[in-house]
Design a protein around this ligand. Sequence first.
Ligand SMILES: Cc1cc2nc3c(=O)[nH]c(=O)nc-3n(C[C@H](O)[C@H](O)[C@H](O)COP(=O)(O)OP(=O)(O)OC[C@H]3O[C@@H](n4cnc5c(N)ncnc54)[C@H](O)[C@@H]3O)c2cc1C
Length: 289
Amino acid sequence: MFPASFQYHRAASVKDALGMLQQFGDDAKLLSGGHSLLPMMKLRLAQPTHLVDIAGVAELSGVREEGGKIVIGGATIHDNVASNQIVRNKLGLLAEVASAIGDIQVRNRGTIGGSLAHSDPAADYPAGVLALEGEIKLESSSGSRVVKAQDFFVDLLTTAIKPGEILTGVSFTPHPARTGFAYLKHRQPASGFAIVGIAAMVTLDAKGNCERVRVGVTGLGAKAFRPAAVESALAGKKPDTGAIGTAAAHAADGIDPLSDIHASADFRSELARVYTRRAIQQAIARIKT
Ligand SMILES: Cc1cc2nc3c(=O)[nH]c(=O)nc-3n(C[C@H](O)[C@H](O)[C@H](O)COP(=O)(O)OP(=O)(O)OC[C@H]3O[C@@H](n4cnc5c(N)ncnc54)[C@H](O)[C@@H]3O)c2cc1C
């Protein structure tokens, strides 16, 4: 299968890429790992006439600490997120999510910026970035802005990114003390995509009650989301089996579940409830007090 013809441009810097996006307008698309865009081009679901390759832009790749935050460049490949020592030590949930993506070939090409920008309803990163309350930096020729994860995912394959913008990085607050996390997913066996994936992060107070519970759900609906009723049901409570089960029962509340050849809407909803319970339990079991 071949895509329609296009012109390929390799950007040397963010400024260079932004200039090309401005020059080619609606005819251009950014190319990062190409693991979502190229399949879409081969299926003729996307037919850009100009591809602006940002994979080699050094300033877009890597992990750095800045003002107490951990910043991941938009073109950082999944494997580099999964194996980075800063991420593993201070942002374990994100490392766990990145290491669950696809297989080693996918993790060696696909990038965090590409995954978030594509916003596949079954992608893993959105669940983690929501639970971690990540902040997404978007740059254009006229300046930059930061969008909270909660406001970034708009609908199926649709995000807050506007034409001419590049997702240059995502920043996160490191896990606080007394925090545990888990990312659990029911995998589509061929691709590894999440039929349902749950990222959970729990912080306990000094008395062992839930100070902060954050959950990100992917795979269930058209876009990833945080189930507010699950989080609020546990706030301030002792996280015993009963309380976790009661909270997790709300994981699919208010969502119009996807249904396809891999899983019916009812099965997906049940998976969301079961995996939410398990992910919260695992997160709590990992807390070092
Ligand atoms: C066989 C296979 C299995 C996979 N399994 C999984 C899985 O289990 N879990 C999972 O989450 N994903 C999976 N993926 C998807 C993979 O993670 C992709 O790499 C990812 O979704 C897209 O990242 P990319 O860097 O390849 O983006 P690309 O394909 O290059 O781009 C995707 C879209 O994002 C835009 N874009 C790219 N970078 C930016 C940027 N910095 N700023 C603004 N827009 C940008 C592009 O223009 C394009 O529209 C799989 C893919 C394949 C081929």
